[in-house]
Design a protein around this ligand. Structure first.
Ligand code: ADP
Ligand code: ZN
Ligand code: ZN
Length: 849
């Protein structure tokens, strides 16, 4: 069937354009346009990028009024059909526009923008034909003879280039803007818009011998002595018998490109452009690893997942395995099975630059079958890794959150490691959670999902236990032992209040101090961890208490050591760090770091000569710095690895026998209902870093709240007891998993107007929900209930000079609260003529502050 009409979602960010528009498919494109194709289409007076979401043979629109697709941007659609379907689903689930989701699914390199292109007009060409027919002279010359010298030169240039950008043309002929305009005005040159990608495929020049066997012998014999260099090159290429990069040949034989070009002119060699992939791991060797013999616990998990894989059935497995229980080995082996079925696998890790060891293990097992989607890769490198997936050159994609959109065609398995991590939720639009998207994609493909964690999120754990949700009811699988036979480390909680009472004012308890000293003596290693979240390096005056804040946003400025300036994390405002307090003139103004520097200084004082490797925002800004620091530690060029939560993840060092948590409770005081959960997870993760191999491990947790259940149970490695207690709290307060949340944040420059709008919003929503029979307190025993809290000022009440208010919608049961909230928000936005009010909707928010 030949389709003539395509429905296209256009890249125009407004509420009115969040629907498909009909476009005619030009005859020349009809074989190429597919669902998921990226196209350039006229929209108003502009050309914009869009995605084809469906194909038709007719339209309800008047064909005469319908515009045609202007250009097709890729030969292979960047989005397979299932991702287009997924985008529709996500847009409903997360109350965001379809284009926002579609754009999030493709690499940045493909987020093109329109550029003005100039080419010789068809009319000009046909005019030339006429002239040619009449006079019999060369057509172009005939046409050009009608123009002035300057004009002719421009026309000639454009004709030889085929097409060029207006920008380029005006740079080339800076004095002739009038002529260029004149040619366009007279219709001899046409102006059109084209979408230009940010990045292109990379190519290299290659050279191959065009003669072989007898012919090559004859060719080689034909060179004169002056052509000695040419002969050498040809001989080299004939002997190599393969295509080589031109650069390589030139440097190997120390010849010039001219020499090779001459050979090409004689037809002895062929020079071609070949597409190459930028390989971020080029030159790196990965130690190959064989599959290990499965332990009984691993076997039981492997068996369950294999059953789903073999049946090609959708299934979700929650793999609750203690740290070091061999979860990664299970991922590797199930993926191997999946690949053997000619299907592909996606592996999600929380933040890939923090988990170099994960990448190494996957590269070691699967070699070139793995594409790595790394946040610190260049745009070009990311694009190339993505193309390897789209073109079916790899079977495994490993990466952070957005790797869930890896465009595989036959997805068999999705692994989400550390599934409890908040980084799986995207904080910007589209505000999706990769876990939910994974489950949805797996359903589309009949694929299996493994959610792995030593500390599963309450949501996943509860869903597995209650099996109440028939779409997301994971099967719980447990692994409690470590294959190495090593026991979980002994964890001791140190009450810092007691230390103070006994006169110890140091940040190290006596026990931790003694522990570090003994590791130094034995040549073993220590990991020290500071439990701090968020941006915490701020400048404060110790005399008057002044804190340097952003003039536009109600937030303290962050100190950057390298540049010695203060920056706002929200709006980018920057100022030099003051030497004296701007309020009181005191010189006692200093910055309070994440604390890692203070700890480092104290370590140096207490243990002269100690080698500390500090890992925090200051030491890890450069590309590859994480890997470098970790490698240094692995090579035992450091005694202590000191850091924030980034040291807590996935690291595995054989000689680490001591882990110290300096201040366990800092995160407990955060006004977030998940703060206990976060603390428990972090402490469990950190504790898992010790004694993973032969040497037994020891962990000290220093705290001012030793009775808190998250600390008590983390130290006892007791997930079950922790969960029981946590669920009790959540149930009482109707927090997830006993309810769902939608956070609505409204912002405006004028506070009184904003307040009124926010109150109207909450009021209208209440009224509407009541009419639908939903409204009520969640305390009542009904299966369906909805409650609205607020409006209240947001935790950050002002950003970029815009005031912010929020409402929290809490609901339970099978109601489409998201759709209602979205509808209400749109109604509210529709009331204002200008775009001054902004409303952001966060479904299942993870960050409440
Ligand atoms: P996790 O991902 O649960 O933290 P890993 O897969 O990293 O656990 O395994 C922890 C350690 O145990 C690793 O050093 C790994 O090589 C080893 N290991 C895993 N499975 C086995 C096995 N079946 N036999 C022997 N060693 C294993
Ligand atoms: Zn002061
Ligand atoms: Zn600011």
């Amino acid at each position: 069937m030949t389709y003539t009409v395509a429905k296209v979602i256009v890249d125009v960010p407004s509420r009115e354009t969040d629907r498909p528009f009909d476009y005619l498919i030009p005859e020349s494109m009809s074989h190429w346009i597919e669902v998921g194709s990226r196209v350039g289409v006229p929209f108003g007076r502009r050309t914009v990028q869009g995605f084809v979401v469906s194909l038709h043979t007719e339209s309800e629109m008047d064909p005469k009024r319908m515009k045609a697709i202007q250009e097709l941007l890729d030969l292979t659609p960047p989005l397979p059909q299932d991702l287009v379907e997924l985008a529709y689903w996500m847009s409903g689930k997360y109350a965001c526009s379809k284009i926002a989701v579609l754009q999030a699914m493709i690499p940045t390199a493909l987020k093109g923008r329109a550029e003005v292109m100039v080419s010789v007009a068809e009319t000009a060409a046909s005019e030339a034909e006429t002239v040619k027919a009449e006079s019999g002279v060369n057509a172009r010359q005939a046409l050009l003879s009608l123009l002035s010298g300057e004009e002719r030169e421009i026309m000639d240039y454009v004709a030889s280039a085929g097409q060029t950008t207006l920008e380029h043309l005006s740079k080339r002929y800076p004095e002739r803007a009038a002529e260029i305009k004149g040619l366009i005005g007279r219709g001899l040159l046409t102006e059109s818009q084209m979408i230009k990608d940010k990045i292109r495929k990379k190519t290299v020049k290659t050279v191959t011998a065009a003669v072989t066997g007898e012919a090559s012998v004859a060719a080689l014999a034909s060179f004169s002595t002056q052509a000695r260099r040419q002969k050498e090159v040809l001989q080299f290429l004939v002997e190599a018998g393969i295509t080589l990069s031109l650069q390589e040949v030139l440097s190997e034989l120390r010849v010039t490109a001219g020499t090779v070009n001459k050979l090409a002119e004689k037809g002895y060699v062929v020079i071609e452009d070949r597409e190459v992939f930028r390989d971020p791991y080029a030159g790196r060797k990965f130690k190959g690893t064989e599959a290990l013999e499965r332990t009984p616990e691993q076997e039981q998990v492997y068996h369950k997942v294999s059953e789903a894989l073999d049946a090609r059935e959708y299934g979700v497995f929650l793999l609750h395995g203690v740290t070091g229980s061999g979860k990664t080995e299970v991922y590797l082996q199930t993926i191997e099975r999946c690949i053997a079925q000619d299907r592909q696998a996606i592996v999600l890790v929380p933040e890939i630059s923090l988990t170099p060891q994960m990448v190494e293990r996957f590269k070691g097992r699967f070699g070139g079958k793995v594409a790595v989607m790394h946040s610190r890769l260049s745009t070009g490198e990311r694009y190339d890794e993505w193309r390897k997936i789209r073109e079916g050159r790899v079977q495994v994609a490993i990466g952070a959150r957005s790797a869930i959109f890896a465009p595989f065609s036959e997805l068999g398995l999705i692994v989400i490691d550390e599934e409890h991590e908040t980084s799986y939720k995207q904080e910007e639009t589209p505000k999706y959670h990769a876990r939910d998207v994974a489950v949805r994609r797996a359903r589309q493909h009949g694929a299996a999902v493994i959610l792995g964690s030593a500390t599963p999120s309450l949501e996943s754990y509860y869903a597995a236990r209650s099996q109440s949700d028939d779409l997301f009811a994971p099967l719980l699988l447990e692994m409690k032992q470590r294959p190495s036979g090593s026991r979980l480390p002994e964890v001791r909680v140190v009450d810092m209040r007691e230390e103070l009472k006994d006169g110890n004012r140091s940040m190290f308890s006596r026990a931790l101090h003694a522990g570090i000293a003994s590791r130094l003596e034995k040549g073993e290693q220590t990991v020290l961890f500071l439990n701090r979240r968020g941006h915490s390096t701020f400048v404060m005056c110790r005399t008057c208490g002044y804190v340097a804040g952003c003039p536009e946003c109600d937030i303290s400025l962050t100190y950057h050591q390298k540049s010695n300036n203060l920056r706002c994390h929200y709006c980018g405002y920057a100022a030099p760090a003051p030497a004296v307090c701007p309020e009181c003139g005191s010189e006692h103004i200093r910055y309070f770091g994440t604390g890692t520097q203070r700890v480092e200084a104290e370590l140096a004082k207490l243990f002269p000569g100690i080698r500390v490797i500090r890992m925090d925002v200051d030491t890890t800004t450069e590309k590859g710095s994480h890997e470098r620091l970790l490698q240094t530690f692995r090579e035992k060029k450091g005694d202590v690895l000191l850091g924030t939560q980034m040291v807590a993840k996935g690291l595995d060092f054989p000689d680490v026998t001591l882990v110290g948590v300096i201040a366990a409770d800092t995160a407990l005081n955060f006004p977030d209902f998940r703060s206990a959960e976060k603390t428990f997870q972090l402490l469990t993760q950190v504790a898992g870093r010790a004694g993973r191999h032969q040497l037994p491990g020891e962990v000290f947790i220093q705290t001012y709240m030793p009775e808190h259940y998250s600390i008590v149970h983390a130290s006892g490695h007791d997930y079950a007891s922790y969960v029981r207690e946590e669920l009790k709290h959540r149930r009482t307060l109707h927090y997830p998993p006993y309810s769902r949340l939608i956070l609505v944040t409204m912002s405006h420059e004028k506070l009184p107007l904003l307040l009124r709008m926010a109150e109207n919003f909450a009021g209208d929503l209440r009224l509407k929900a009541q009419r639908l029979g939903w409204f009520g307190s969640l305390d009542r025993l009904s299966a369906e209930a909805l409650d609205i809290l607020g409006p209240v000022a947001s935790p950050i009440p002002r950003i970029k000079n815009r005031y912010r208010f929020q409402c929290m919608v809490k609901y339970r049961g099978d109601l489409d609260a998201v759709a209602l909230v979205k509808e209400m928000a749109e109604a509210m936005l529709g009331q204002l003529k200008d775009a001054s009010l902004q409303i952001s909707i966060d479904v299942d928010p993870q960050m409440l502050m």
